[in-house]
Write a protein that binds this ligand. Structure first.
Ligand code: ADP
Ligand code: ZN
Length: 225
């Protein structure tokens, strides 16, 4: 079987996408492309693009598609993604973005789109205790903090609560997810590309479910003519 994979992970804020995408990208040795992380990095570095997107991030609103598509198209055009594939995290977020992605990848396509399912009550709980590394984006929580004094285990960066993880901004993002992103699940279902995976459980258990589903799909693709 050819190495690498082309994977999209969908799921509400707090479903565990970030945590699982990091693991999946290591497992399949493909880049983890997280549009939220890319935008936060741009804001932090104070570039022109960063100044443009800051107010959308602060408000928990979607960044306009033209900006999103420029950033994603640039990233997908690099050698590592072209050769091995990717795990997409936080993109696409609207049917319009999904259509633009399909056009970018055409004539080939993603291997599978996974909807990581977690009940809303649980994601609210997870988001309230979520903490992230301000340097590399690694995820922690009040229940599983870094080993030493809110210093990232991976890179030594400062682990903080995200500026948009306030109750108001979280509710706004969850509402937006329902309105703009949930229709994507239907769109990919209609294209026969969707798998639903239960996101409740510890990170190892969920990861095992994800790998089983991805490998089954790659098996199907490898066998088809
Ligand atoms: P969350 O899933 O908790 O919203 P992300 O890190 O995925 O966190 O995204 C943070 C913010 O970045 C979003 O609230 C939005 O402003 C912006 N963003 C990220 N990805 C996209 C996208 N594909 N389209 C539009 N805006 C995006
Ligand atoms: Zn870090």
């Amino acid at each position: 079987m050819t190495p690498g994979v082309r994977l999209i992970l969908l799921g509400k804020q707090g479903a565990g996408k970030g945590t699982q995408c990091v693991r999946l990208s290591r497992h399949y040795v493909v880049p983890h492309i997280a549009t939220g992380d890319m935008f936060r990095a741009a804001v932090k570095s104070g570039t022109e693009a960063g100044r443009l997107v800051k107010r959308y991030l602060d408000a928990g609103e979607l960044v306009p598609d033209v900006i999103v598509m420029r950033v994603v198209a640039d990233r997908l055009d690099q050698d590592d993604t072209k050769a091995r594939g990717f795990v997409l995290d936080g993109f696409p977020r609207t049917v319009h973005q999904a259509e633009a992605l399909a056009a970018l990848l055409s004539p080939s396509d993603v291997d599978v789109v996974i909807d990581l399912e977690v009940p809303t009550g649980l994601v609210l709980q997870r988001l309230a205790s979520r903490r992230v590394c301000s340097a590399c984006g690694a995820n922690y929580s009040l229940d599983s903090p870094p080993k030493f004094d809110w210093t990232c285990d991976v890179c030594g960066g400062e682990v903080v609560q995200r500026g948009d993880d306030t109750e108001v901004a979280i509710r706004r993002r969850l509402k937006l997810y329902e309105v703009a992103t949930a229709p994507l699940v239907q769109w990919y279902l209609g294209r026969g590309q969707l798998e639903v995976v239960d996101g409740v459980g510890d990170a190892d258990t969920v990861m095992a479910r994800l790998v089983a589903v991805v490998d089954a799909r790659r098996g199907i693709r490898a066998e088809s003519p």
